[in-house]
Write a protein that binds this ligand. Sequence first.
Ligand SMILES: N[C@@H](CCC(=O)N[C@@H](CS)C(=O)NCC(=O)O)C(=O)O
Length: 319
Amino acid sequence: MGLLVNGIWQDQWYDTESTGGRFVRQDSQFRHWITPNGSPGPSGNAGFKAEAGRYHLYVSLACPWAHRALIFRKLKGLEGMIDVSVVHWLMREKGWTFAPGPGVVPDPLFKAEYLYQIYTQANAQYSGRVTVPILWDKETQTIVNNESSEIIRIFNSAFDGLGAKPGDYYPEALRAEINALNDRIYHTINNGVYKCGFATTQTAYEEAIAPLFESLDWLEGILQDHRYLTGEQITEADWRLFTTLIRFDAVYVGHFKCNLRRIQDYPNLRLYLRDLYQQPGIAETVNFQHIKGHYYESHLTINPTGIVPMGPALDLLIS
Ligand SMILES: N[C@@H](CCC(=O)N[C@@H](CS)C(=O)NCC(=O)O)C(=O)O
């Protein structure tokens, strides 16, 4: 685990000393948008026009943020337009790597050994964390965007004129509701599990675990009345939640100490998770070897032996 400082890799665990033991996530730095005609999006520069074959996606199958991007690539049928590279699940002193392993897809563009080389290709002086997902532009030779919440919005509509599959997961009429759901779910659940797991003081951990389970209880209530978070239609809010829920019982309960309840203990959330998992194409984006291997083998400050637990047995396929 580490980061780049002026383009130089440094092996360094998250600094929680200056924040009272709290994990604070850094903002993503590349924020351009791909649009149908290359006009500017909500942030960043213009010039990134939707074109088949122009962009490349770097992901980890372990990572919930990268998983969002993979899901949207699948939902929108973009596999033929946007190629993907997959890093190894083990993230140690050199960060994410392309070391050979099951499910790893090497980097065809630069034959990179380490993911940080993609960041230094974009900016030789880059300072910051080296995270997945990354959306790369082969034409201008830079990172378009490394913020998953924006990559999924790009995938949702930018390629529609080029034959992407129909489907709008951020419909105009539901935007306010989706934004409100996303906001609470991001802070207390998506990032909440990391705040629990990477906390280095009891206070920081307890500050995060209470809102995490309050939010899960709140969602359990919402799902009492409808099938998906905003009603009968699956939206972006569901997929953003899904990538955390699918990792919850397998990793976050044990490894990140999010163990007040399991998703299996929530009757509605449990069925909802299974419903989303069984949507066409989704199961093939889920790789528990990468997920469990990554967290348990990479975070040796949390799990010094690197042993990966066998369980739990999940019943995601039962209808
Ligand atoms: N805000 C980013 C967060 C991405 C992120 O933190 N990815 C993790 C993997 S789950 C990562 O690559 N971490 C490496 C690091 O922090 O050094 C997004 O949503 O795209």
